[in-house]
Design a protein around this ligand. Structure first.
Ligand SMILES: [Zn+2]
Length: 281
């Protein structure tokens, strides 16, 4: 809140004239009550964010949403998704999250937790354990964390394999980013790790496309920066798995908003709230 006041002062803005305040939270949020229901990383539960912020700021309406859902809205208001009515936003980062836009509106589901594409099952024969407690989830097979963990396992099996040698020579830690660098340098295991992640992403996108007939899937998060490494595999599985031409031709795109997706998402939340309540954008 102090930071927000500081921003307003520095930019010379008048809070009374603001369209609203949008807040994104890293967890489950109930947009109607403005409550952060659960944030696994912070361990927070049932925090009345809107109430806390509103009482300190007299004036602009305050809206909160899950950070990934806010990215989906941000892309709809400010990014490539603006040309489509129905879009799936997917963040592929340390985890995998999703946000669904239907008819240009955020689809929240019955209890506000729709879009959890990270936890659809994509592997049955050799499933990996997911942070949610289930096995074979997309997040357990295609997140940046999963890519790094699989690399670690490969290197433990063979400390002299090309990937292990490459990372040692380049003095790089094991991470999704360093493995992407190795893949671009032609290290076969690194190429295969990204190809495999793409395979699972394509599989999950196909489930979503068959259900919703989206206009596009837009991908953000760190792993989207290495899209050229996994997109061909994703497209291959995707096209073989979906029904109808309209799905087959659905573009899988990287966000144009980059790391600002979350910030623009927060701004989009304020506009979204205003539009929803009869105001103009
Ligand atoms: Zn899971």
């Amino acid at each position: 809140l102090d930071l927000l006041s500081q921003c307003w002062n520095e930019c010379g803005l008048d809070p009374a004239k603001a369209a609203g305040v949008g807040i994104t939270v890293p967890g489950m949020a109930d947009m109607n009550s403005g409550t952060l229901l659960y944030a696994p990383f912070l361990g927070w539960r049932d925090v009345p964010v809107r109430e806390i912020v509103s009482t300190r700021l007299s004036g602009p309406p305050v809206t909160i949403a899950n950070d990934v859902n806010a990215c989906a809205l941000g892309e709809t208001y400010f990014g490539q998704a603006s040309s489509f009515d129905n879009v799936l936003w997917v963040t592929v980062s340390t985890g995998v999250g999703g946000g669904i836009i239907v008819n240009k509106q955020l689809y929240e589901g019955e209890y506000g937790i729709a879009g959890e594409i990270g936890h659809v099952t994509v592997e049955w024969e050799n499933p990996r354990r997911c942070s949610c407690g289930q096995w074979g989830c997309l997040e357990a097979h295609a997140s940046g964390t999963a890519i790094a963990e699989r690399a670690m396992e490969l290197m433990q099996q063979n400390g002299d394999a090309p990937l292990a040698r490459y990372l040692r020579e380049q003095r790089l830690p094991v991470s999704a980013a360093s493995i992407a660098q190795a893949a671009r340098s032609g290290v076969p295991e690194a190429i295969e790790l990204y190809r495999s992640a793409g395979h699972y992403l394509g599989r999950a996108f196909s489930f979503a496309a068959n259900l919703f007939n989206f206009g596009a899937v837009i991908v953000g998060g760190g792993v989207s920066l290495s899209m050229e490494l996994w997109l061909p595999a994703a497209q291959d599985v995707f096209r073989r798995s979906v029904i109808h031409e309209t799905n087959r031709n659905m573009p899988i795109l990287a966000t144009g908003l980059g790391y600002e997706a979350g910030l623009k998402g927060a701004a989009a939340l304020a506009f979204h709230y205003r539009a929803k309540n009869g105001g103009s954008e």
